[in-house]
Design a protein around this ligand. Structure first.
Ligand code: NAD
Length: 390
């Protein structure tokens, strides 16, 4: 149970790049990092507009002299201070992630970076090597991976409660971009510009989220080959897609499917994962995150509720309020930030055993997301053909 008792001996001095006043995701990073006292926000290069970033930084309590015009100055200046930052979160548009993460690792900072980590597997592997050489953690914010019911699903599958796994059906299919909303919305504009978004829109922006949930629930499954078809229903978005279907075959003989979509008119979020085994299926939906449906062939449907004593102990470990009350995205992110902090401290003190026991989306998750997008794009651009997963 998380109840306010210290989860780390001391808060980690922490900075942010991006996540400024008008950003979509900045607030949840701060809320998650600060909620349980595991990080202390002391510096930031919060905005592409230096003045706006400074105004914003001071408005959220950061000293004016630690609100920087850009990240390179922040890393260099903070490194000179005895109380300088030891970790940084990067919440900027995709096209900047690689350069900022690299600079942060070179400045000997632990990193939490938004997804997609970068544009190519080669870049992602370069970051892995750099992080290893500097002995630093890279966390990647697949936020719902921190939700307790995802742990419950992982434990049920590992215990064989579903039987042999046959089918993994995934989707992240919202309707908010069913029209060319980017014309009036800068945060959508860069998402459909290959220079800032990378080789894909919805595959990287949202498809990688349920994909990572499947990696948490089914760590043994490895993709053998895949086939992807992608479309730009809003024509001005081409070559980037606003809809994509990906079919995957796994080494075990199981198959998987990911529907990535921003034009699912009427859908609020639509992130779901259904795992189908030979005996039973489970399903989780981010709009009802406190429940998992458990369907055993030939028996009535069961709805498992978060916070209840019948769940696996690991699914209760992060409980904050007990069953009945909802815990959602904010709590899931907070749980992840606790794990990031604990991993950073374990790494700093060279405690390999403690580090290995902390499960969080790290550099491998970042690499896998980038690799999956690369393979999907390769398949789609070859005419939706099967490609071996490389
Ligand atoms: P946004 O456009 O709303 O905000 C971007 C912020 O970064 C702005 O404050 C902007 O001024 C700032 N910025 C841009 N370049 C900068 C630079 N070089 N230095 C400092 N600040 C800079 O974007 P967003 O929707 O918040 O997305 C940011 C990142 O978060 C993207 O990579 C996106 O994919 C990711 N994201 C992740 C989730 C999730 O669930 N994990 C959800 C939404 C967005």
């Amino acid at each position: 149970m998380i109840n306010g008792e210290n989860l780390v001996p001391t808060s980690i001095p922490w900075g942010m790049v991006g996540g400024g006043r008008q950003s979509q995701i900045g607030y949840i990073h701060r809320s998650a990092a600060l909620r349980d006292g595991v990080f202390k926000l002391v510096a930031g290069a919060f905005d592409i507009d230096a003045q706006r970033g400074r105004d914003f930084g001071t408005a959220i309590g950061v000293d004016a002299d630690r609100c920087y015009a850009e990240y390179k100055t922040m890393f260099a200046t903070e490194a000179q201070r005895p109380d300088g930052i030891r970790a940084v979160s990067i919440a900027t548009p995709n096209g900047t992630h690689f350069a900022i993460s690299k600079a942060a690792l070179e400045a000997r900072l632990h990193v939490v970076c938004e997804k997609p980590l970068c544009f190519t597997t080669a870049e992602a592997e370069e970051l892995r090597a750099l992080a290893a050489s500097k002995n630093k953690i890279v966390g990647v914010t697949y936020g719902y991976a921190g939700h307790q019911m995802i742990k419950q699903a992982r434990e049920m599958i590992a215990a064989g409660e579903l039987g042999d796994i046959r089918i993994v059906q995934m989707q992240f299919a919202h309707g908010f971009h069913n029209e060319a909303v980017e014309a009036a919305n800068p945060a959508t504009q860069w998402r459909v510009d290959p220079k800032m978004a990378g080789p894909s829109y919805v595959l990287g922006d949202i498809g990688t989220h349920p994909l990572y949930l499947s990696e948490v629930m089914l760590p043994a499954l490895k993709i053998r080959r895949l086939m992807c078809s992608r479309q730009s229903f809003v024509k001005s978005r081409a070559p980037l897609e606003d809809n994509a279907f990906t079919i995957m075959e796994y080494d075990t003989g199981a198959v998987g499917y990911v529907w990535s979509c921003a034009v699912n008119a009427g859908s609020m979020h639509g992130q779901k994962i259904r795992v189908i085994g030979s005996k039973a299926s489970i399903e989780w939906w981010d709009e009802r995150p406190n429940q998992i449906t458990y369907e055993v062939q030939g028996k009535p449907l069961q709805v498992l509720e978060r916070g209840m004593g019948y769940l696996h102990p690991t699914a209760l470990a992060d409980d904050r309020i007990g069953g009945g009350h909802p815990e959602g995205l904010f709590e899931a992110w907070s749980n992840l930030y606790v794990r990031y902090a604990q991993a950073m401290l374990a790494s700093d003190r060279g405690d390999a055993a403690a580090l290995a026991a902390i499960h969080y989306p790290g550099i491998e998750a970042g690499i896998e997301g980038v690799r999956w997008v690369e393979n999907c794009v390769r398949s789609a651009d070859a005419g939706a053909t099967w490609v071996d997963y490389t």
